[in-house]
Design a protein around this ligand. Structure first.
Ligand code: HEC
Length: 279
């Protein structure tokens, strides 16, 4: 059982007093100061958010809930109280209001701050990215009283849509176009496994000759692809992901899960390398 350093239900006033009396208690990193937040690198924060959070969270006012809740207004909210999102009992009972320090702790180790939370991240956000990410989050969710650094944004090469995808998102491109995407589809009639190869010409081929498809990146920078000829029901499906969410190269048999249709679960992963054509 994890042992909280203080009762989670302690009234806010008690917590504040304890924090003042015991500034050095525990091994928790210091909360970022306002100066650190205002001066944080916006592009670095945005890149970290896009790569590590955007697959599960939207930020804009009125944005939808994905696997995780929309984060607009999160800094003034009780944990686990996002309207329209079914938060875990652990998060709803955490009993704190989000602030920059807690956000840093959460993106370092979600289950350490909130044991039992349903949010899982594949690795802690690297230390150098934490404050920039939280500052970016505050700017984009209505919590910052300082402006976005317009000059920094103009210099970001990934924003220049006139440049080819492989220059804007080189790590995404290299990862997907040189490795094998491995699928496991669970259907009421049984399980089907197959591999897919995303090709630079926009086609998708497979180790199963019946399966083929295509992919494209749309104007919102979402990577969308369609596969057909899958030897199961459904025999075709489409999936879309923010391309920036795919920019950290990862290898694992199961990296994402989706439901192409009711009762069917699709697991996707990426394996190193791919067979050479004709080999
Ligand atoms: C794989 C999906 C996934 C990723 C990636 C992810 N989250 Fe989450 N996040 C969730 C889920 C699911 C919840 C709800 C957790 C619960 O109910 O216990 C959540 C909850 C949260 C909450 C609390 C919301 C509330 O209502 O109190 C915050 C804040 C948050 N995430 C921020 C982030 C940040 C910042 C990142 C990137 C470092 C991130 N998340 C990455 C899925 C994800």
């Amino acid at each position: 059982m994890p042992t909280p350093t203080r009762p989670l239900t302690a009234p806010a006033a008690t917590v504040a007093v304890l924090a003042v009396l015991l500034p050095a208690a525990g091994a928790v990193a210091a909360a970022p100061t306002r100066d650190e937040l205002v001066n944080a690198d916006y592009i670095r924060g945005r890149t970290a958010f896009e790569q590590r959070c955007s697959a599960c969270h939207t930020l804009a006012d009125g944005g939808g809930n994905l696997t995780g809740p929309n984060l607009y207004g999160i800094m003034k909210r009780q944990a686990g109280a996002t309207p329209g999102f079914d938060s875990s009992p652990a998060l709803s009972a955490a009993g704190f209001q989000w602030d920059p320090g807690r956000m840093v702790e959460f993106i370092t180790a979600p289950a350490k701050l909130v044991p039992g939370t349903r949010m899982a991240i594949p690795e802690p956000v690297p230390e150098a990215d934490r404050v920039p990410l939280v500052a970016f989050l505050m700017l984009e969710t209505g919590a910052a009283d300082w402006p976005r650094p317009a000059a920094a944004m103009a210099k970001d090469p990934s924003m220049d849509k006139s440049r080819p995808i492989q220059e804007r998102f080189p790590s995404f491109w290299n990862h997907l176009m040189t490795n094998t995407t491995r699928y496991r589809m669970e259907t009421p009639a049984g399980e089907v496994r197959f591999d897919a190869y995303f090709n630079t010409d926009g086609t998708v081929t497979s180790n199963d000759a019946r399966i083929s498809g295509f992919w494209q990146i749309d104007s919102r920078d979402f990577f969308c692809y369609a596969l057909r000829g899958v030897p199961a029901k459904p025999d075709q499906f489409i999936e879309c992901f923010p391309v920036r969410a795919m920019a950290i190269p990862r290898f694992a048999p199961e990296l994402w899960t989706s439901n192409p249709t009711a009762g069917v679960t699709l697991h996707g992963g990426i394996e190193r390398g791919r067979p050479q054509p004709g080999g």
